[in-house]
Structures are given as structure tokens and as C-alpha cells.
Design a protein around this ligand. Structure first.
Ligand code: ISL
Ligand code: CA
Length: 554
């Protein structure tokens, strides 16, 4: 039966290509992660989520899989994987693998067969359609620019690819294919993997009548046409009963298009997933054009997203909390202040995350306050979404300078610079030339510099993780936001069996009056060394956590 360890978990996300290179080829690998298992354990996290490590042409950072049963050769061998899993388990850490079942690589043998002829037995593993003359079957745009349809000369038909041309969508309507995908899940679960992150799971059932999209808002198109299709609940229930129910496994479903109205449908106790990633925060600064159409975000909206989702999961289902990952810019740059108050704001964001309902997912490097970096020109980008985005922008006459501003604000390269282990060459990530630019600020921001610094982000991160693990109220308690006279003050309350914990956050670079009398309360943690009770102001980016005195306590 599926397990429930995810409710007490704190998950550390590792993007293997950028975590640690053990053999000097400039590419992170599994042996590199094994070298750092004691570091990972020392964080106090309880599980690791690995981005995809399967054989892949690496068109989209490994989210284009050409063999689900073998390890990406650059990352190592199956023996290396077994050693990594054993190393995690021996340290009491769980492993969540990232399975991409909505699409495969076009270099997967299934697609190589499928494209050969219209009557090939693998033809229906994918979506093939006639065009309308020279036009694609409909007006659906790809996530990565251009049409979501690609004409394949061999048979003169188009195939669907919501993402890159090298990521043809798998046709889940085909039962034979679904059985193949279940075999893949069983293979990894039989090896003892503890959890699965199901990539773009909301898209495995789409509008397979393929009508034109009727909106120019890209996230709207995703929600109405690409995801939440008529058989999504059925397919999730099918993998639950045919596979997941036979293992002590947890699942986290990822997918744009999940809404407060439909999320619980996918989290049914009997037929559903364990938890989901919603995109409430991630899309709030995206305009109708999506990622490269940024718009300002407001703290009001930021707070509202927690309000809406915490009430969605107040009684059923289970949420997750993340403020950054491999698909979005660095947390402290996007939501905090990565200049003068980088350390304070990084600690404040962790206080927010670790005191919120839902399982926290922390992206590698955020625990030391790593920041965005600046692409000086497009050719420095390694991300297909940015490179294709530039092609689209160029067609519309946008200058490289203007597009770069957007890419440097919202692009995925920001999160994929190598982990900063030390101030030495290549940040101690590799003895060779790293595949990706190392952020020049690694000389100031790195693990080695913070390991013995009680005031660093890293030390604070370990303390706030321990606080969450000590207080069940922070994991299981109710959530209530507190009205504040000043919008930049974000205060909420967690309550459980009479225990009340207040979290107060100053989301600004100036001191703000604190409207409560806290002398009687117990200070549990603050992000300033001189944090105390009885305060009447919060300093810039100050975060404090109080245990409130019970009314019946003497
Ligand atoms: O990058 C996005 C578009 O703004 C995100 O919405 C993201 O593409 C989407 O949430 C799905 O992400 C997942 O699937 C993609 C892959 O590129 C991402 O890295 C992965 O997290 C296709 O497999
Ligand atoms: Ca390597």
C-alpha cells in the first residue's frame, strides 16, 4: 500500500547535471552525489528528489527519455545508481525518482518505429494527425515556442509535441502503451525507489478531439486543452491500482493546469496520488505570453496563493511547498532580496516554507542562498526554452537585449548553474570545464564558507528544518493568516491540539512596526542573531517564530 512518510518529509531536489562532477568531464553525475551524501544528510532533509537520470539525448535536460531502463551514460551506470540508492537508504534517506510519462524522446525506439509507417504496430503510441494542407492540425502552441505539431516527411502526417520537437507526446488512450509504462514504473519500484515525481501528469489526458485553442493566454490554453482531460482521473486510478498499491511508494504529481477546484480529484485517498505541485506562485508573474511575458507580482497575491491552497488542503489531500526549482529562477532573487539582504531574505523564505502546511521541497543551492546569474548573451544559455524563446522573440523583432532581460529574470538557466561548493575554481563542482557557466559569486556564496558560520543561510536552514521536525503543529496544524496593518508584514498562525505557533515575516527592506505584544511568548527561532520576544518592530527581512502562551497556562 502507498505510504504516508511524505507528510513528515522535507525533500531536497537534486539536478544531477549541476550538483557534483566526480570524473572531471564537467558534467554532474551519480558518483558525485554519492560523494555528497553526508552533506545531504547533514541538512536534516529526509528525502531526495532526483531530476531525470535516464538515457536521453538531453534536448530538454533529460526530460526527453530514449531508454527508461538505463542510466544516462554521462551520469554513470546502473551500478552507480544502485550504490546511490543504497547510500541514501543507509542514511535513512528516501529517494523520489522523476518519471516522464507524458512524452518520450523522439530517439526512443517506440517513436523510431512509430514514424516508419501509418500501419506500424507502434503508430498509436503517439498522436499522429493529417494537417489541413500545409497547416498543422490545429493552432496549439508548444511550451517551447512554435507549433505543438511537427510534420514528419516519411508519412506526411504531423505528430503532437507539447514540448520540444524531440519530445513527442505519448498516447495514453492506447492501452498497450499504458501497460508498457506500468512495466517501467514496476522496474524502478522493484529496485526499492521510495517515490515518484510524475512529470506533467495532468497532460496524460488531453482534449484528444484537438479543437483549436480559443485563448491567447498560454497558461489558459494549458489548463483548458492540454491538461485535465476527460480520462485523467481514470488513468491516475489505473496506475494507482495496477502499480502503486503494490508498493510502499509515494507519488507527487506535477503539472500546470492543476487548480484549487480540481486538485482534490487527483488526490483521492483510494484512487489518487499522494500529493501535487501546484503552480500558483510560479505563474503569478507570467503574463498571457507565459514565461517570457513577465509581469510584476504583488505580495497580496503571493499571500493569497497560500490562503487558497491551504484551505483547499485543510481537510483532505496534501500539498507541497516550493518557491523555486530547476524550471524557475532562484528563490532569493525572485521573492527575496538577493543584494543587501540576501542572507536575511533567504532565511525568511525558508521560515515561510518550513512553517507552512504541506511538504516542503528545497532546490539544491537555495540552502546556501544561491542567486540568479546574468546571461551576457543568448549563446550562453543551455536551455531549449530560452533558446527557442529567443527564436520566437527575434521573429517578432525583439532585440536580444530586451529578450535577455526577460530571460535573466525568468529563465531556467538561473537555476541550473553548478552547485557552489567552495570559492575555488569552478566552485569545487568539477575539476574540468563545467557544462554550464559557474555563477561568479561562488567566491562569496558557497558551502565551505558557510559550514562553520552559525549566522550563514546554511546553518539557519538546518535549524528551521529541525524546528519543523520538532513541532507537529508545523506539519499537521491548521493555518490561519493574520490581518496586519502593513501589507509587507506577513503573519500566520499554526494551531494543533491547543498549541499555537505564530510566524511573522517582514517582506521589506525597512523596519516595520510589529502590532502584537509578544512579551509572554516563547521565541522559537529568529533569523537575526539578536532576535527576542517583546519586540515592537521587525527589522528588514526579519522572520520570527513564536510559541504563543496558552490562555490557561499560569
Ligand atoms: O517551464 C515551464 C513553462 O513555463 C513550466 O510550466 C514547465 O515546463 C511545466 O511545468 C512542465 O515542467 C516539466 O516538464 C517539462 C520539462 O521541461 C520541465 O523541466 C519539467 O519540470 C517537459 O518535460
Ligand atoms: Ca561527470
Amino acid at each position: 500500500m502507498p505510504s504516508s512518510w511524505y507528510k513528515d518529509a522535507v525533500v531536497y531536489q537534486i539536478y544531477p547535471r549541476s550538483f557534483k562532477d566526480s570524473n572531471g568531464d564537467g558534467i554532474g553525475d551519480l558518483r558525485g552525489i554519492i560523494e555528497k551524501l553526508d552533506y545531504i544528510k547533514s541538512l536534516g532533509v529526509t528525502a531526495v528528489w532526483l531530476n531525470p537520470i535516464f538515457k536521453s539525448p538531453n534536448d530538454d535536460g533529460g526530460y526527453d527519455i530514449s531508454d527508461y531502463y538505463s542510466i544516462q551514460p554521462e551520469f554513470g551506470s546502473m551500478e552507480d545508481f544502485d550504490a546511490l540508492l543504497d547510500g541514501l537508504h543507509r542514511r535513512g534517506l528516501k529517494l523520489i525518482m522523476d518519471l516522464v510519462l507524458n512524452h518520450s524522446s523522439d530517439e526512443h525506439p517506440w517513436f523510431q518505429e512509430s514514424r516508419k509507417s501509418k500501419d506500424n504496430p507502434y503508430r498509436d503510441y503517439y498522436f499522429w494527425k493529417k494537417g489541413n494542407g500545409v497547416a498543422a492540425p490545429n493552432n496549439w502552441p508548444s511550451f517551447f515556442g512554435g507549433s505543438a505539431w511537427q510534420l514528419d516527411e516519411a508519412t506526411g502526417e504531423y505528430y503532437l509535441h507539447l514540448f520540444s520537437r524531440k519530445q513527442p507526446d505519448l498516447n495514453w488512450e492506447n492501452k498497450t502503451l499504458r501497460e508498457e509504462l506500468k512495466k517501467i514504473m514496476r522496474f524502478w519500484l522493484d529496485k526499492g525507489v521510495d517515490g515518484l515525481r510524475l512529470d506533467v501528469i495532468t497532460a496524460i489526458s488531453k482534449r484528444t478531439d484537438f479543437p483549436h485553442t480559443d485563448t491567447h493566454d498560454f497558461n489558459e490554453t494549458i489548463r483548458k486543452f492540454y491538461t485535465n482531460g476527460p480520462r485523467l482521473k481514470e488513468f491516475i486510478s489505473e496506475i494507482r491500482h495496477d502499480v502503486l498499491d503494490h508498493y510502499p511508494v509515494i507519488t507527487v504529481g506535477e503539472g500546470p493546469g492543476i487548480t484549487p477546484e480540481n486538485a482534490l480529484e487527483y488526490l483521492d485517498e483510494k484512487d489518487g496520488l499522494s500529493m501535487i505541485f501546484h503552480f500558483g506562485h510560479m505563474f503569478m508573474d507570467q503574463g498571457p505570453g507565459g514565461r517570457f511575458d513577465p509581469k510584476p507580482w504583488s505580495l497580496d497575491d503571493f499571500k493569497k496563493v497560500f490562503e487558497v491552497w491551504n484551505s483547499t488542503f485543510a481537510h483532505r489531500g496534501w500539498g507541497s511547498v516550493f518557491l523555486g526549482n530547476h524550471d524557475f529562477s532562484r528563490m532569493v532573487s525572485r521573492w527575496g532580496n538577493d543584494a543587501e539582504y540576501r542572507q536575511e531574505s533567504a532565511k525568511l523564505l525558508f521560515t515561510l516554507m518550513l512553517c507552512m502546511p504541506g511538504t516542503p521541497f528545497i532546490f539544491q543551492g537555495d540552502e546556501i542562498g544561491m542567486t540568479n546569474f546574468t546571461l551576457k548573451n543568448i549563446s550562453e544559455s543551455k536551455d531549449i526554452e530560452t533558446l527557442n524563446g529567443w527564436n520566437e522573440a527575434k521573429k517578432k523583432g525583439e532585440s536580444e537585449e530586451d529578450f535577455l532581460k526577460k530571460a535573466n529574470y525568468a529563465g531556467r538557466d538561473n537555476a541550473r548553474t553548478p552547485m557552489q561548493w567552495s570559492e575555488s575554481l569552478h566552485a569545487g563542482f568539477s575539476s574540468g570545464n563545467p557544462w554550464m557557466i559557474v555563477n561568479p559569486n561562488h567566491a562569496q556564496i558557497n558551502v565551505r564558507r558557510q559550514e562553520d558560520d552559525p549566522d550563514g543561510v546554511l546553518s539557519f536552514f538546518k535549524r528551521i528544518v529541525r524546528l519543523r521536525q520538532k513541532y507537529a503543529t508545523l506539519r499537521e496544524g491548521s493555518y490561519q493568516s493574520i490581518e496586519t496593518p502593513n501589507n509587507e508584514l506577513f503573519i500566520f498562525l499554526r494551531e494543533n491540539l491547543g498549541e499555537k505557533i505564530m510566524v511573522a515575516l517582514n517582506f521589506s527592506s525597512r523596519a516595520i512596526n510589529f502590532p502584537f505584544d509578544t512579551r509572554e511568548n516563547e521565541l522559537l527561532l529568529g533569523n537575526y542573531r539578536t532576535a527576542s520576544t517583546g519586540i515592537n518592530q521587525l527589522r528588514p527581512w526579519e522572520a520570527v517564530v513564536f510559541k504563543l502562551k496558552n490562555s490557561d497556562e499560569s
